[in-house]
Structure formats: structure tokens, C-alpha cells
Design a protein around this ligand. Structure first.
Ligand code: FAD
Length: 512
């Protein structure tokens, strides 16, 4: 039997043969071409086969087969890896999108979530029980890659990164063994520590996550506030920094600020930024608080009327936001153009930096400003004509959760996420679209300039930052810089516990 036939012969699940898509399905609608596509269409790979597993046993069989046949292996849950490391040319891709069941145990308050479940469904299902997990912003991101990288989102200030709530997993190891790791019994404690923030794919293939939930607050809103024209982005940024100081504003459960990148010589371009946030109080309480925060900017009522958007999610203990909320979640916190929202795959490139615990201040702000205002960039008209957007988002980490963590002196013991005491992450982003009537030569020139800008952001001297965030993956950054002081321990744990002597769980940014 050739390799494809062997894959097709994997033990059926509930009597259903495993679905295998390879190049013989090239011309069928909904076939190979469609199924090989990942969220980031900038990268195109031609895998040998995509295998849609439905159980840990099927995953185990594929892992063993790939090992025996010495094949490249990849695993894809939501397919949102920014470098598309969930696939590769010539690889067997284990696709877990059919393993997407979500359940909630009322007695233990633990959610059991299969790897292919996406936030759109997870948040909706858990909301019906008035609970949630520290989820992400994008409805189509799946739990597996998200939590493996740490998991930042609208609850990070109050509940920590999602990985801090992970209590147990089922995992297929390199030799095909299906293991169960549980912090409550101390089983597999070291490996569990690594999985909490140590990156996807490195340690095994996770087939179920057990995540502690928290009760949703009685009142919950999300907001966005746009600043342009007379406001200097760094003045607004300073206000936001005060909002996220560890002991300030515990009701502000999560927030980020998006700042447009621009060419300062472009007379048509103005500074523009948007603060996004999630606030666990009523909109009235929020507006009162907001006025205090904004005092240094001397805003008035008419400004708020024009530029403040509030969406009420919960009121008096009840969910009032409907289906559209679950379909969109907080995706505009991360993405630019409305057209790119939701599950539509789009080409893009990101890179990130993490701000140091102490010593940001005026020099950090100056460095940030320079990185976002540079003559490397095309003019705003050229960007518009080419359908390209470039900006930075700044994701708050500091808040009550990690402040308490520090006070309790628990250090880095519970998860390998290395940035617990950092204030925020800077994510430089460029997104573009492929459709439209954009002249090819113009587009290429413009895109190249934008990619040069990103390279500059990655490589510039920026002493107020150190390290990068693995979920905002940029393959040009050395792997050790993603995991900082956790890196050596992650290497040791992978070697000791993954049962993977052939290093089958390996892609460009996995632990070496
Ligand atoms: C539009 C968009 C918005 C985003 N917003 C946020 C955000 O708000 N917060 C945040 O923290 N991140 C965010 N991200 C980043 C996202 O969390 C990561 O890209 C994440 O890895 C995606 O997970 P996935 O399962 O969807 O992707 P995949 O591409 O399927 O997987 C990502 C990585 O994990 C590995 N992997 C997948 N499944 C498994 C498994 N079962 N076991 C072991 N390894 C596995 C893959 O091999 C790959 O290396 C966003 C990304 C995009 C594209």
C-alpha cells in the first residue's frame, strides 16, 4: 500500500472512514485546493495529504505512520498560525477541525474543549451557562494554537492569559501514546507547564483541553474610542498606559490600542489611533470612568458623542448581545478593514515585541513613535490604492491577575508564558487583499515598502522591549526570543517527556 492508501485505511471512527484529501481531489469543488488553504494566504503550501481525524486514536495512528514512513508531519486546528506552520509542502497534515466539541461540567466548572473548537462556538456555548474562559478576539481562531501560545484577549487583565486556566489535557505523544496530564493529580506536571504558553506542536498533539471557567460578570460592555485630528497618538498612548497600570481599573478586563503607521512626510496623512476595551460594569459607570481617564486630553461631550462606540453584552446578569456578537467577538481589536473581518482568509505579515517590566517611559514612547512614523512607508493614498493597511496593536497584559500573581510570589511556576510581569505586547501588522483592480507593479512596490517597514520594526534598536510573543509569530525571530527565561526548561521538558526521539513534532518555530 502506498502512503495515501495507508492513511485511508486508518481505523474508522464510529463506523466512518477517515477523510483523506490529496492531489487526486485537485479539480473537485471543495477539494484539495480549498482544503489546503490556511488563514494566512500569503503562504501557499502543497501538503501530501490532509487527514481529518475525529478521535485521539486516529491521531495516534497517523503520528505512528508518519514516524514509520519518515514523513513531515503538521497539525492544524483553526489554521490561523501567522506563518501557516500548520501546513507544509509534502507534509501529512492532521486536521482537527472535526474535533470541535465543547461541554461544561456544572459541578467542577471545567469546560472540556476539543482542539478544533473556534471561539465563535466556545464563547456562545459557555455563555449559555453564564461562564467563560479567557478567550481571544477573533471568532475563527481555534483553542489549540491560541492556548498553546499563551492566549491573549479581552480578559487578560483580570484573568491572565488563557493558558493560566488550563488544568488538564489529553495528548498524543511522539510514539503514538495517548497520555492524560492533570494538575489536580500532578500527573504530567512538567509537560503541562510547557504546554501552557510554550508554543504549538512542540510537545505532542493535544486532543482535548480542560479549562477552568469563571462566572461572567452581571454587567459587561465593550467599547472603542477613536482619536484623530488634533490628538497626538503618543499623548493618547500615555493615557492608555495609565489605564492599564497593574493596580488601576480592575473593571477594565482587557484592552488594546491600535495606532496607524504612516509616512510623516505625507501631508495627507494624519495620526490616528483607537482604544478598544472590555469593561465589567454598566455603560453609565464606564462613561464616568472614561471622563477621568481622558482628562489629560481635554476631550468634551461632543467628542465622545462622535467617537465613542459602546456595545452592551450583559446587563443585570443576562446576556443581551445576540448571535452577531459571537460571530464578530472582538475581531476589530486586531484587524483593520471591515472587509477582512471574520473567517475570511487574508494575506498578512506580523511581528511583535514585548515591553520590559520597568523602564518604558518617554524613551519607549519615542521609539514606538519613530517605528510607526517613518519615510520607509508609502503615502496613505498609495496604501489605499494598493489595498494595504499597516498599523500596530498594543495588547495589555498588566492588570489585577498578574499583579496578584506577583504579590503571591508565584513567579514563573505555573505556566511557561514568560511575560507575566510585562505591561503590553506591541504587534506590528500589515494586511492586504488580493482582489480588486490594483495595478500589479504599483502593488508590488507598495507591499515591498511595507514589508521593509516591518523588517525595520523587528530589527531596530528598541531597548525598552525584549522578546516576542509566539502567537504573533514571525519566523525570522530566533525561537529562544519567544520563550525568554522559559526556553531552556522547555527544551529539557520536550526532550524528556514528548517521547519524540525522531523530532516528528517539528516545524520552524517549535522548540529545538
Ligand atoms: C485574525 C487573527 C486574530 C488573532 N487574534 C489573537 C488574539 O486575540 N489573541 C491571541 O493570543 N492570538 C491571536 N491570534 C493568533 C492565534 O492565537 C495563533 O495564530 C494561534 O496559533 C492560532 O491557533 P489555530 O489553532 O487557529 O491555528 P493553527 O494554525 O491550526 O495552529 C497554530 C499552531 O499550533 C499548532 N497546533 C494546532 N493544533 C494543535 C494541537 N491540537 N496540538 C498541538 N499543536 C497544535 C500548529 O501546528 C501551529 O504550529 C490571532 C490570529 C489571527 C490570524
Amino acid at each position: 500500500m502506498n502512503i495515501i492508501e495507508q492513511l485511508e485505511n486508518i481505523t474508522p471512527y464510529n463506523g466512518r472512514p477517515v477523510e483523506v484529501v490529496d492531489k487526486k481531489w485537485l479539480i473537485s469543488f471543495n477539494g484539495y485546493k480549498k482544503k489546503k488553504q490556511n488563514f494566512n494566504t500569503y503562504y501557499q503550501f502543497d501538503p501530501l495529504a490532509i487527514v481529518y481525524c475525529e478521535s485521539p486514536e486516529q491521531v495516534s495512528e497517523v503520528v505512528q505512520l508518519a514516524g514509520k514512513e519518515n514523513r513531515i508531519l503538521r497539525v492544524r486546528s483553526g489554521g490561523h498560525d501567522h506563518e501557516a506552520e500548520c501546513s507544509a509542502t509534502g507534509a501529512i497534515v492532521i486536521d482537527l477541525s472535526k474535533m470541535k466539541h465543547v461541554s461544561f461540567d456544572k459541578a467542577t466548572k471545567i469546560a472540556e474543549i476539543e482542539p478544533g473548537a473556534r471561539f465563535e462556538d466556545i464563547v456562545r456555548i459557555l455563555s449559555a451557562y453564564d461562564v467563560s474562559i479567557p478567550h481571544g478576539t477573533c471568532p475563527s481562531v481555534a483553542i489549540a494554537g491560541f492556548i498553546s501560545g499563551g492566549g491573549w484577549g479581552p480578559w487578560t487583565r483580570s484573568k491572565g492569559m488563557c493558558c493560566e486556566s488550563l488544568v488538564a489535557v489529553s495528548i498524543v505523544l511522539g510514539n503514538g501514546e495517548i497520555a492524560y496530564l492533570d494538575e489536580r493529580t500532578q500527573r504530567g506536571r512538567e509537560l503541562l507547564w510547557a504546554i501552557r504558553g510554550g508554543g504549538g506542536m512542540s510537545y505532542g498533539i493535544i486532543t482535548k483541553f480542560y479549562i477552568e471557567t469563571f462566572p461572567l460578570p452581571d454587567e459587561l460592555i465593550k467599547f472603542e474610542l477613536t482619536f484623530k485630528g488634533r490628538f497626538k497618538s503618543m499623548d493618547v498612548f500615555k493615557v492608555w498606559e495609565d489605564m492599564i497600570a497593574p493596580s488601576n481599573n480592575p473593571e477594565l478586563t482587557g484592552t488594546n490600542i491600535k495606532i496607524k503607521a504612516r509616512n510623516p512626510e505625507d501631508k495627507d496623512s494624519i495620526e490616528e489611533c483607537v482604544i478598544y476595551g472590555s469593561f465589567a460594569e454598566s455603560s453609565e459607570t464606564f462613561k464616568t470612568k472614561l471622563k477621568v481617564w481622558l482628562k489629560p486630553l481635554e476631550t468634551d461631550e461632543s467628542f465622545l458623542e462622535e467617537y465613542l462606540k459602546i456595545e452592551e453584552i450583559r446587563e443585570k446578569g443576562k446576556q443581551i448581545a445576540g448571535q452577531i456578537f459571537f460571530e464578530e467577538l472582538y475581531v476589530n481589536w486586531e484587524l483593520g478593514q471591515a472587509k477582512l473581518r471574520g473567517g475570511t482568509p487574508s494575506p498578512h505579515k506580523v511581528t511583535s515585541r514585548v515591553v520590559v517590566e520597568d523602564g518604558w517611559g518617554a524613551s519607549g514612547r519615542q521609539n514606538l513613535y519613530e517605528s510607526l512614523n517613518t519615510c520607509i512607508l508609502p503615502t496613505s493614498q498609495e496604501l489605499k490604492d494598493s489595498g494595504i493597511e499597516c498599523y500596530a496593536t498594543h495588547n495589555a497584559i498588566s492588570g489585577a491577575y498578574y499583579a496578584n500573581h506577583k504579590a503571591a510570589g508565584t513567579g514563573n511556576t505555573e505556566s511557561s508564558f514568560p511575560y507575566k510581569q510585562r505591561p503590553f505586547i506591541i504587534q506590528y501588522q500589515a494586511w492586504w487583499k488580493l482582489e480588486g483592480n490594483i495595478p500589479e507593479a504599483k502593488f508590488k512596490k507598495c507591499l515591498n515598502s511595507v514589508l521593509e517597514w516591518q523588517q525595520e520594526c523587528r530589527d531596530r534598536s528598541f531597548p525598552e522591549t525584549s522578546g516576542s510573543f509566539i502567537s504573533f509569530k514571525d519566523a525570522s525571530i530566533m525561537t529562544k526570543h519567544y520563550f525568554a527565561e522559559s526556553y531552556e526548561e522547555l527544551k529539557r521538558i520536550k526532550e524528556k517527556w514528548s517521547n519524540d526521539p525522531e523530532n516528528i513534532f517539528s516545524s520552524r518555530k517549535t522548540i529545538i
